[in-house]
Design a protein. Structure first.
Length: 396
């Protein structure tokens, strides 16, 4: 292995690499610093030198470098310690480091690589090896930076798109909802004013206008909800006991279930725990599931809302379970994998006879997943269905 001579290095500029890369040389030995910096400059990179690890860390905090050539044996703070500190610092973790040491032993090389060094160079320097490693390292760094830059640009474009989508959703929400509400309002008024004198055909037409407008309003509301959730708005978390939360949902649906002639019951959790949930959105989950259970269960059927808490064996953490079960129409096995897809509806006469948009369950799934939870369904055609939501107790 030849020792690097000054003359060797001065005559090997590499045109392909403009002087954009900055290399920091950390070495307590004056001759080594001079040799390395000559060599680096000879390769057409900009070189900066410091005499110890502390100075290296100080300059790296404030200035931008593309590569560090770091001597292993230095007083005050050796190269391993400097490397450890660099790797522990999120702002400097990705900066490539080539370790330089006279100790050309496998143990040292392994230790450097384990600590996160990009490469290792033995002393005395071999100019060919030094050039190859320096170039390879800087090229890798350039590609990494390029990729990170691309990712940053993609993220910025996504954020812009999200903002545009938000604006669009708000505009649509206002521009579509208002006229539909107007149609609904005036058809109600028309029906009232024609009450006694209405002939059956007018009555039929009016009912069609009203049910179509209601369907359109539901569709717009569901689409807006879904767009808002998918845009990933921030969850407004509140602490709620599962039992109390479900009790309120139950009370909301009690009267409707009674009017539909269903046996509706609530089984509160035997042990209770606090949940960190966006109550408005989680209410939408339980409401959608209960509303489906009530819609797809014929007269005299049963609908049950159940809550339970399952703690992990070690006592910390666990999950909450919310289950909505009914004895209604049930769902054919082949439909189950698609049930949470947008606009998916079971294509059977009994199911189609019930008004719906096919969006409720996709909203449910999106909300549950935004809480770190899961939803699954168990069902048998003609016997009934169970929708089961699990939510982590402490992850939010
Ligand atoms: P929809 O507005 O049509 O009810 P959902 O997304 O809530 O939309 O549900 C998708 C489809 O899943 C429904 O159209 C229905 O066919 C089926 N479904 C949902 N819940 C039940 C249930 N409890 N019993 C039977 N079928 C159900």
């Amino acid at each position: 292995m030849s020792v690097l001579q000054m003359e060797d290095v001065a005559v090997q500029p590499i045109a392909a690499h403009p002087k954009t890369a900055r290399v920091l040389i950390v070495d307590d030995n004056t001759v080594n610093r001079l040799m390395l910096s000559n060599y680096v400059e000879g390769l057409n990179y900009a070189a900066e030198t410091v005499v110890n690890g502390q100075e290296a860390l100080r300059i790296l905090e404030t200035e931008q470098f593309d590569l560090v050539l770091l001597d292993v044996e230095m007083p005050v703070m050796n190269g391993y310690e400097v490397l450890e500190q660099l790797k522990a610092n999120p702002a400097l973790r990705d900066l490539p480091v080539i370790m330089i040491s006279a100790l050309d032993e496998l143990d040292n090389i392994v230790k450097c690589i384990e600590l996160g060094a990009e490469d290792y160079l033995p002393k005395p320097f071999n100019p060919v090896l030094l050039r190859a490693r320096l170039n390879a390292c800087l090229e890798k760094k350039r590609l990494r930076d390029q990729e990170a830059d691309l990712q940053r640009k993609e993220l910025a474009a996504m954020e812009k798109l999200t903002r545009l989508k938000d604006q669009f959703v708000n505009t649509v929400s206002h521009d579509l909802r208002n006229p539909i509400n107007t149609v609904l309002g005036y058809s109600d008024l028309l029906q009232e004013s024609l009450q006694d004198s209405t002939d059956p055909t007018t009555e039929l037409f009016l009912n069609k206008i009203r049910s179509s407008s209601r369907h359109m309003l539901n569709l717009v509301n569901d689409l807006l909800d879904l767009a808002k959730i998918e845009t990933g708005g921030i969850l407004e978390l509140q602490v709620f006991h599962l039992g109390q939360f479900l009790q309120e949902r139950y009370e909301e649906f009690e009267l409707l279930a009674q009017q539909k002639g269903l046996n509706f019951s609530y089984q509160p959790p035997p042990i209770d725990r606090k949940l960190n949930i966006d109550t408005l959105r989680m209410s939408q989950v339980v409401n959608n599931l209960l509303s489906n259970a009530l819609k797809y269960t014929p007269l005299d059927g049963t609908v049950t809302l159940t809550g339970s808490i399952h703690l992990n064996q070690n006592g910390s953490g666990g999950w909450a379970l919310i289950q909505v079960s009914d004895s209604g129409l049930g769902i054919p096995e082949e439909d189950i994998p698609h049930l949470f897809d947008k606009f998916y509806r079971v294509n059977r006469t009994e199911h189609r006879a019930v008004e719906g948009t096919g969006l409720g369950l996709s909203i449910v799934k999106a909300i549950v997943e935004s809480h770190g939870g899961e939803i699954r369904v168990e069902s048998e055609l003609g016997k009934g269905s169970s929708f089961i939501v699990t939510l982590p107790l402490e992850s939010l």
